[in-house]
Design a protein around this ligand. Structure first.
Ligand code: MBD
Ligand code: FE
Length: 286
């Protein structure tokens, strides 16, 4: 891929992720209730005090303060706040939010979910381009409640990167709904989806998050993963990801979102592809 394409990718994906968040989840919409004054004060005070502590403990200089200031400004200019927050902060929020869940483990949503993907039957295929690159994968399973009762009315929303590690809607030149779909489970709560195995995802190196990674000497990689949202009437929705056993960066995900329960180990089908079965257990609505 050319440098120009990569640069276009970082700029376009940052702007699209910010736009997506503002459309779906921002506090300006009525979907998010306002937080109590006392709680805002507690959280903001502790955050600001933690910053003061770090400054004193590490004798932070004016040069470092100004570097931070210009970096924070550039994160906004690049549209990379959704990327920054979902990579370095969301996993802790998810951990707290799902502490008492009885059903399947979930993990972070990340910045690239788009609601309303094309609907597929319980046995179907994610939309792909002609000759979509990547190892074919048959992904199937069953959605149940915590007592094992099948959930026929469940919806499985899937989104994933392609064989270049790029997401439709956030990287240029990919058809709108490529590798995104909404699958309805059958009368036994079962589904079977044909797709391809995604490649590992690299945080754009030419934006602010990439500059932080370079400056700190970290790496920019997430392991290859499938994103899923599983929902059913009268049940808590599950947001999760699945990773591939032995895959690169499964042990050192930059976003700290891998859990042992989320690592799948597909087996060869015999005709060049792989298959795997994975079941989802949803908690009753809380
Ligand atoms: C991704 O694809 C992702 O899943 C997360 C959590 C952050 C950045 C890119
Ligand atoms: Fe992702």
């Amino acid at each position: 891929m050319s440098d120009t394409t990569l640069r276009a990718t970082a700029a376009a994906s940052g702007a699209s992720a910010t736009e997506r968040f503002l459309a779906d989840k921002a506090v300006t919409s009525t979907a998010v209730p306002r937080t109590d004054t006392a709680r805002v004060s507690t959280l903001a005070t502790e955050l600001i005090t933690a910053v003061h502590d770090i400054i004193r403990r590490h004798q932070v200089t004016y040069d470092e303060y100004n570097a931070l200031k210009s970096w924070l400004i550039s994160v906004g200019q690049d549209g990379e706040w959704p990327l920054f927050l979902d990579v370095w902060v969301e996993h802790a929020v998810e951990e707290v939010a799902t502490e008492s869940r009885q059903g399947s483990k979930g993990t972070i949503e990340g910045p690239y979910y788009v609601p309303g993907a094309p609907e597929l039957p319980s046995t179907g295929a994610l939309p792909t381009r002609d000759n979509e690159a990547g190892t074919p994968l048959l992904f199937r399973g069953q959605v149940t409640g915590i007592s094992g009762e099948p959930l026929p009315g469940a919806l499985l929303e899937m989104w994933q990167a392609d064989d270049d590690g790029l997401y439709s809607r956030f990287a240029p030149g990919i058809p709108e709904w490529n590798l995104r779909g909404s699958i309805a489970t059958d009368h036994e709560g079962r589904f079977a989806v044909t797709t391809i195995q995604p490649a590992p995802y690299q945080i754009p190196t030419d934006g602010s998050c990439g500059r932080l990674i370079t400056a700190a000497g970290w790496h920019a990689w997430r392991p290859a993963h499938l994103h899923l949202k599983v929902s059913a009437p009268d049940h808590d929705p599950l947001t999760t990801q699945l990773y591939f056993k032995g895959g690169e960066h499964v042990q050192d995900d930059v976003a700290r979102a891998v859990k042992p329960e989320l690592v799948i180990d597909p087996s060869p089908t015999g005709n060049g592809g792989n298959q795997v079965t994975y079941d989802f257990v949803l908690d009753p609505a809380s």
